[in-house]
Every structure is written in structure tokens, then in C-alpha cells.
Ligand binder design. Structure first.
Ligand SMILES: Cc1cc2nc3c(=O)[nH]c(=O)nc-3n(C[C@H](O)[C@H](O)[C@H](O)COP(=O)(O)O)c2cc1C
Length: 163
């Protein structure tokens, strides 16, 4: 069973979460805003799809601070985790989608297995925390390339289904 957990200030990440839910066949009840969800909810699921936009200069979306702290206290052994995020490579090239990388780092000791990494073909910025060893550790949705979003989300969802 798949649960989607997102943090979103202006609604962009929330909209992407809804699109991912549709493509993965996840019910509305299994799409959670981290602003009002206890992290223990993740124990219901075996695939966690976690999404945060990036704010400040490479910071987590506000609601993620408390949620990530709680999540670090959860045992995620045996669970798969897929990360996604929204950012803007045009205005913030050096910290493009850093929040995805911050969550990835935060869950290194949790016992989970990460899925959904891919080679960032077609992206202009590959020097931020979302990129590790030449791969993006999660789906990066770019406000500066809105015409690519649908295709990127669809391709990533197909990848997740097969991992
Ligand atoms: C003040 C401010 C700071 C931002 N900082 C970053 C950043 O460091 N890196 C990035 O990729 N995007 C950054 N963004 C872009 C947002 O992540 C982007 O607008 C995103 O779609 C917002 O998603 P949300 O509405 O789900 O919160 C910033 C936007 C604003 C307004």
C-alpha cells in the first residue's frame, strides 16, 4: 500500500502530489499533508512517497521540519521511500530542489530503501543537494521548465511502479 506525504506552502507540491496519486492509483485518504499528520501514519504503508518544496536558500518547506524530526524516530525497515520536490532552477540554481536531498540525508539511518533515482537528462542544474553521484535522488519538478513537468511526473511514476 502506498502513502503520499507532502509539505506545500503555495500549493505547487500539493498539486504534484495529487497528480502522482492519480498516476499511482493512490486514494485521497492516503494523501497526507505533513502539516497536520503524525509521522506514525507512515507505518500503514510499505511505499512512502515523500514530497517537499524548497524554500529560503535550500531549506525544507516549513511543515517538514517537525515531520522529518518525527520521521527520523520511526523504524522504516522494509519500506520503500520515493522522494519528490518542487523548486525553481532559474532563480535558485545552486539550491535547486535541495529539500529532496535534505530528506534523503535525514532518512539514511531509518532502514528504508530509496527508489525513484534517475539520471537528470534535460535539466540545466545538477549541482545541488538533489543530485548525488550523477543521479537525482528523487523527482525534481522545476518551475522554470513547466512544459516538462507532466512528462517528468509520468515517467517517474512509471519508474516507481516498476521498482
Ligand atoms: C522565497 C523563496 C525561496 C525559494 N527558495 C528556493 C530554493 O532554494 N531552491 C529551489 O529550488 N526553489 C526555491 N524556491 C521556489 C519554490 O520551491 C517553488 O516556487 C515551489 O514550486 C513552491 O512549492 P509549494 O507551493 O508547494 O511550496 C523558492 C521560492 C521562494 C518564493
Amino acid at each position: 500500500m502506498t502513502g503520499i506525504f507532502f509539505g506545500s506552502t503555495m500549493g505547487t507540491t500539493e498539486a504534484v502530489a495529487a497528480d502522482i496519486a492519480k498516476q499511482l492509483g493512490v486514494a485521497d485518504a492516503d494523501v497526507h499533508n505533513v502539516a497536520d499528520t503524525p509521522a506514525g501514519e507512515v507505518q500503514k504503508y510499505d511505499l512512502l512517497v515523500l514530497g517537499s518544496s524548497t524554500w529560503g536558500a535550500g531549506e525544507l518547506q516549513d511543515d517538514w521540519y517537525g515531520f522529518l524530526d518525527q520521521l527520523k524516530a520511526q523504524d522504516l525497515s522494509g519500506k520503500k521511500v520515493a522522494l519528490f520536490g518542487c523548486g525553481d532552477s532559474g532563480s535558485y540554481p545552486d539550491t535547486f530542489c535541495d529539500a529532496v536531498g535534505l530528506i534523503y540525508d535525514g532518512l539514511q539511518q531509518s532502514g528504508c530503501t530509496f527508489v525513484g533515482a534517475y539520471a537528470p537528462e534535460g535539466y540545466d542544474e545538477t549541482g545541488s543537494l538533489v543530485c548525488r553521484g550523477g543521479k537525482f535522488v528523487g523527482l525534481a519538478v522545476d518551475e522554470s521548465a513547466p512544459d516538462k513537468t507532466d512528462r517528468r511526473v509520468a515517467a517517474w511514476c512509471e519508474q516507481i511502479k516498476n521498482e
